[in-house]
Write a protein that binds this ligand. Structure first.
Ligand SMILES: [Zn+2]
Length: 394
């Protein structure tokens, strides 16, 4: 079964993330199951009474929901709490994080395809990789399916919740790639094709959007006003605003790589010049334009970025990101940096450029930082996608 048959309203790009803390009478059983799981996922082990208080549901309803989730193997009874409590000791319920596993694929690095088997809490149990240099079209889908087929049996006795795929390009909510230049994909039903070879429920979304989702689901970030900019082969971003992952009418929200960043500038793969992608990329940040051991600037590995390069990166990046931050009143500007090129000097140059363009009142509330999720952000985001699609959990 592919992701196509699922209720698309549950897709995190179409529904509010973690929409309500309390249940209302009109909410369905499915919603209430998600609510209980969400409480345990984010709040840790709880007694049935604590779950009732946290969700606003009755004790009877909670007992019924807990029994249902227990039958599905999604939660476990940990026994009585070690902490002293008044009256009869209450037994604690927790997410059965390793009882269901998720196979996740990251296709965003066109030279190396990465995969992992993770628990519901994002712990990596197993990794696998496939070299993908130069692969395009159906060959990439074949590699991805093979990677999934290697990971799925490793779940052994645990149940497989689904397969999540982080893909470059613009994707529709049903996991069809509208276009992905690097792989020469156009209108490719990626999720459906991987599902047909693996027999699993497969979900796919844009890798930059998924890194933003991972920041929210696994790194405790707020979804009120966050943009996560991915410093990968291409340059994309995911935007969480007012508790939603922005998609846009063409599913291309966050495609910031080809916004003009400077007059003139280098030729871009899109045919124009001076796009943000030509300035803020790993070739520039990785020091390939710098003189080794040269001037005083930020150092990347054995390279040193010149002050002129830092200034250009900071100003050009801020020229593009500043108006977005101001227009959307963002509070978190996060850089996903799987290749380790966003040094403190680079972030500082960008922050300085933003300070020159953003009202002090907005700038004062803006946190500019590098994601702590490192190279696993897209994999974890693919896991977060499956949690949202299958369990309504964000
Ligand atoms: Zn361009």
């Amino acid at each position: 079964m592919s992701g196509n048959g699922a209720n698309r309203q549950d897709w995190p790009g179409r529904a509010a993330l973690r929409p309500t803390a309390k249940a209302t009478p009109g909410h369905s059983r499915v919603h209430n199951l998600s609510l209980v799981l969400s409480c345990l996922f984010h709040g840790g082990p709880m007694s049935r009474a604590e779950l009732a208080r946290a969700t606003g549901l009755t004790r009877v309803t909670i007992s019924d929901l807990v029994a249902g989730l227990s039958d599905q193997g999604l939660i476990v009874d940990l026994g009585t709490s070690p902490e002293p409590r008044v009256g009869k000791p209450a037994s604690l319920i927790d997410i059965n994080a390793a009882g269901h596993l998720i196979a996740v694929l990251d296709l965003s690095d066109t030279s190396q395809m990465r995969g992992a088997l993770i628990t519901l809490r994002g712990e990596v149990l197993r990794r696998a990789e496939r070299p993908a240099v130069g692969a395009t079209g159906a060959a990439v889908v074949h590699l991805a399916s093979g990677l999934a087929q290697e990971l799925i049996p490793a779940a052994k006795d645990a149940r497989l919740l689904g397969v999540g795929v982080a893909s470059p390009g613009v994707l529709t909510p049903d996991g069809t790639v509208v276009y992905a230049k690097d792989y020469q994909w156009e209108n490719l039903p990626l999720a459906e094709q991987i599902a047909s070879t693996t027999g699993a429920a497969v979900y796919a979304a844009n890798d930059a959007n998924l890194r933003a989702l991972a920041e929210f689901t696994f790194a405790g970030a707020s979804a009120q006003g966050l943009m996560e900019v991915s410093l990968t082969d291409g340059l994309g971003a995911g935007i969480l605003l007012d508790g939603m992952l922005l998609a846009g009418p063409s599913n291309a929200a966050g495609e910031i790589g080809h916004i003009p960043a400077m007059a003139g500038g280098e030729p871009c793969t899109c045919g124009r010049t001076g796009c943000l992608e030509t300035v803020l990329n790993r070739r520039v940040l990785g020091g390939e334009e710098a003189s080794p051991g040269g001037e005083n600037g930020g150092s990347v590995g054995s390279f040193t970025l010149s002050p002129a390069t830092l200034e250009r990166v900071g100003q050009s990046t801020a020229a593009v990101l500043g108006p977005i931050v101001s227009a959307l009143n963002l509070s978190d500007l996060v850089f996903a940096d799987p290749r380790g090129v966003a040094t403190p000097e680079v972030i500082s140059a960008i922050r300085q450029g933003l300070e020159e363009r953003i009202l002090p009142q907005i700038m004062a509330d803006l946190d500019v930082r590098v994601s702590q999720l490192g190279a696993d952000a897209a994999l974890l985001g693919a896991g977060a996608l499956v949690l949202a699609e299958q369990l309504g959990l964000t």
